[in-house]
Write a protein that binds this ligand. Structure first.
Ligand code: NAD
Length: 305
């Protein structure tokens, strides 16, 4: 049973995630951490005041002392720099790598049995860093990126077709960057291929738009990046673990031969439950999709240098 969840980084994504957890899940303790003195405390008190509306019994603790994460069942990493207008996710690499590396050491020491969900960008590289530092079983470390990309793809398909999102099935694999792979061969509207609803030229536009969606939002927000949809995407992972849901969700995971990729973290569909990543699911892809996914392995390694 999941009793304790810690969120490291109490900014936009972290605080919204905390709100979703309190609204919908029953856990004993929720810890919020932030390096900025008193931020996590303020956020935790504000969240506590939702108790009378939401009727939860969860104890909420906020502070800047990382030791508060001790014995957490789930640790979510939403700490670090965020993209501003004109920046790519990769521009955050050196600072966020240092932050994630320091925090991972503490997770290794204090929450040895936890499942770690990485949100900090550049997502796949940070997921790799957590694997490198903690040496936890790779199935206890997942990066949230492709499920957000998938949700964005579903929204764009909805806007084009006006078919309810309940009847749209889509998957985006790959790096959580402009190199992501919306997998058209797996996208369906109630069993029919997308091509029956959307002409090829428009499908190409949708693929391009989903790749640029994060940047489009940053360009409007200027000093920050998206957080409503990211915090919900992250919540769905937490929920799948807490409620042992057996959901198939694409997450960034350290690959060891799956899809022909080795020693890289890339978003692929996984079976998520109380164990974390129970299984990596190797869907059949077209030869072109396979090539695109394989080329991401090289791009990942270039970025890691
Ligand atoms: P934010 O600036 O609102 O919050 C980040 C918080 O992390 C800040 O409050 C900061 O003080 C804190 N922090 C920095 N270093 C820390 C440390 N060592 N320990 C504890 N806290 C620390 O940013 P945000 O919008 O919440 O985004 C957080 C991260 O998530 C960013 O890296 C962003 O790029 C990433 N993100 C990823 C996705 C995704 O799909 N994977 C989506 C949105 C945002």
């Amino acid at each position: 049973m999941v009793k304790k969840i810690s969120i490291i980084g109490s900014g936009a994504v972290g605080s919204n995630l905390a709100f979703h957890i309190l609204s919908r899940l029953t856990i004993k303790e929720l810890v919020l951490i932030d390096i900025v003195d008193s931020l996590a405390k303020g956020v935790s008190l504000d969240l506590e005041d939702t108790r009378a509306f939401l009727n939860f019994n969860t104890e909420i603790i906020g502070g800047s002392d990382i030791n508060l994460i001790k014995d957490s069942d789930i640790v979510v990493l939403t700490c670090g720099l965020v993209r501003k207008e004109g920046m790519s996710r990769e521009d955050l690499l050196s600072t966020n790598r240092r932050i994630i590396s320091e925090v991972s050491l503490k997770i290794k020491e204090l929450a040895k049995s936890s499942i770690v969900i990485v949100v900090t960008n550049p997502l796949d590289l940070m997921t790799y860093e957590v694997n490198r530092v903690t040496r936890f079983n790779r199935k206890r470390i997942m990066g949230m990126g492709s499920s957000l990309d998938t949700a964005r793809f579903v929204n764009l398909i909805y806007k084009e077709t006006k078919v309810s999102t309940c009847d749209i099935e889509a998957l985006v694999f790959g790096l959580h960057s402009k190199d992501m792979l919306p997998v058209l061969s797996l996208a369906k509207i109630k069993g029919y291929s997308l091509e029956r609803f959307i002409e090829e030229r428009k499908l190409d536009v949708l693929k391009r738009r989903v790749k640029e969606r994060g940047t489009e939002i940053v360009n409007y927000l200027k000093n920050r990046s998206a957080y409503f949809s990211p915090s919900l995407a992250c919540y769905h992972l937490v929920e799948a673990i807490v409620n042992d849901c057996n959901r198939i969700i694409p997450v960034s995971v350290l690959l060891k031969g799956e899809f022909g990729l080795n020693n890289v973290c890339i978003g692929v569909p996984c079976f998520i439950n109380r164990k974390g990543i129970d299984k990596i699911i190797e869907y059949e892809l077209t030869p072109q999709e396979k090539r695109e996914l394989l080329s991401m392995g090289d791009r990942f390694k270039e970025c890691m240098k």
